[in-house]
Design a protein around this ligand. Structure first.
Ligand SMILES: [Zn+2]
Length: 439
């Protein structure tokens, strides 16, 4: 018998590996940060023993969910400005409060709230586009969450972050040098969007990412306004523009991709660009509905993102799955599109693929990192149970998740964070919001 740190057991074990098998009375042996063995509880307990057996009856065990696009620190602007179009929301409300309030200290505190919310809803990895990512990186290590941290690049100066475009690249390179190879943090270069970033800065971001072999992340084709602006400035729509300047590659993941021509869908497929689909943010800002069934049919890797909590207004990937699985059926008048298995694949394996992390996370496989989620199925809204994939996509709520492991460490136990005092995190958020409200 080999002793391991943990054995996780569940009535339904979803590995998200090929064929999407459901292992009944399944178990996963975890030692250190790694998944050591996967199988039925009987076979695992023949070879492995542990003092820590988690899960059990009426539970489902699945890979940690991946939020492929957010601005975590914006969680402090949740509900600050609702019910208005994106450009008004951004230019008249969000940018002014960011200009006034956003500091290293703000990010340090706000990230805590975002991580607590995400971990409690089963999100073990998030990808971010923002500033002060060095602070976010240290916070992630402290809390024990995985992140792909995109250092923002725009053309204009921004507070104490950057006085010139050069400064953004200095910051981005410093982040890469400090964090590349870290267990939990994947540094990333994140030029903001075609309306805030020149071709020169897009290509400089690409060169930096290529030279250090790190991912690139950007906003792309989010609104009709963006498409019109891009056509005015560059004579073509955003995907064609980034393709023509030579920016697109397998290294790139793009958030939104709402307004695409058939030709642009082909370009994304051909260049192997991943898409972070942010349906709830796109709906709330009335940006439109991305052609996800068409993208999936074209072989594009599509995953889910919440976008910032200021335009969602939460950070739940379970919420994105339910909304997307339903809206695309109605939008295409076809109830077979985006079925529940596809939704969970997008939330796990596809998400890992967006950032080149498919060998590390995204499914439950021997040798991958132990990013695992156990949810309680003994709830009024989860019985009876005929199809566990259906329940996860259409019925499950974040509060059903009781145990979350990241990199082999239990970070949520019985629904509570183990690495940070949740009450203090909420208290800090209220103090900040009172200050923001008073201005
Ligand atoms: Zn965004």
């Amino acid at each position: 018998m080999e002793k391991v740190d943990y054995i996780l057991r569940a009535d339904h074990l979803l590995t998200m590996e090929d064929g999407l098998p459901v292992i009944s009375d399944g178990a996963v042996a975890v030692h250190g940060a790694d998944i050591r063995a996967v199988g039925t509880f009987d076979t695992i307990s023949e070879q492995y023993s542990s003092e820590n057996i988690l899960g059990g009856k009426d539970t489902v065990l699945m890979p940690g969910l991946i939020n492929t696009h957010t601005h975590a620190a914006m969680v402090y602007f949740r509900g600050l400005a609702d019910d208005m179009p994106l450009q008004d929301w951004l230019e008249k409300h969000i940018w002014p409060v960011e200009m006034k309030w956003l500091t290293a200290e703000f990010v340090d505190d706000a990230i805590e709230l975002a991580c607590v919310e995400m971990l409690k809803s089963g999100v073990t990895t998030y990808a971010d586009q923002y500033f002060y990512q060095d602070i976010a990186a240290s916070k992630l290590v402290q809390i024990g969450m995985r992140g792909v941290l995109g250092s923002g690049v725009i053309d204009f100066p921004w507070k104490d972050v950057a006085q010139s475009p050069e400064d953004y690249f200095i910051k981005a390179e410093a982040l890469i040098k400090e964090w590349k190879g870290s267990e939990l943090v994947t540094p990333c270069v994140a030029p903001h969007a075609t309306y805030t970033c020149s071709p020169k800065n897009y290509m400089r971001a690409k060169e930096l990412a290529d030279s250090h072999d790190v991912p690139l992340h950007t906003h792309l084709a989010e609104t009709q306004f963006e498409v019109a602006e891009c056509k005015k400035r560059f004579g073509k729509s955003p995907v064609e523009h980034l393709h023509d300047i030579g920016f697109l590659s397998e290294r790139v993941s793009a958030a939104h991709c709402v307004w695409l021509t058939d030709k642009e869908i082909e370009i994304l497929s051909e260049k192997k660009v991943g898409v972070a689909h942010c349906i709830e943010s796109n709906l709330k800002l009335a940006s439109g509905i991305a052609p996800v069934p068409k993208l999936l049919n074209a072989g594009v890797n599509v995953a889910f993102g919440t976008d910032g909590a200021a335009s969602n207004n939460d950070l739940s990937i379970l919420g994105e799955m339910a909304t997307a699985a339903k809206i695309h059926k109605a939008a295409s008048l076809d109830a077979t599109v985006l079925d529940s298995k596809t939704a969970l694949l997008m939330a796990t394996k596809n998400g890992a693929g967006l950032f080149g992390l498919e060998n590390k996370i995204g499914s439950i496989k021997v040798g991958k990192k132990a990013d695992l989620v156990l949810a309680d199925l003994n709830k009024p809204h989860l019985v009876p149970l005929y199809d566990v994939y259906s329940h996860i996509t259409y019925s499950m709520r974040p509060s059903d998740i009781h145990t979350v492991m990241v990199n082999g460490k239990v970070v949520v136990d019985n629904g509570r964070l183990t690495t940070i005092d949740e009450n203090e995190v909420l208290a800090k958020a209220k103090i900040w919001s009172n200050k923001i409200k008073a201005t």
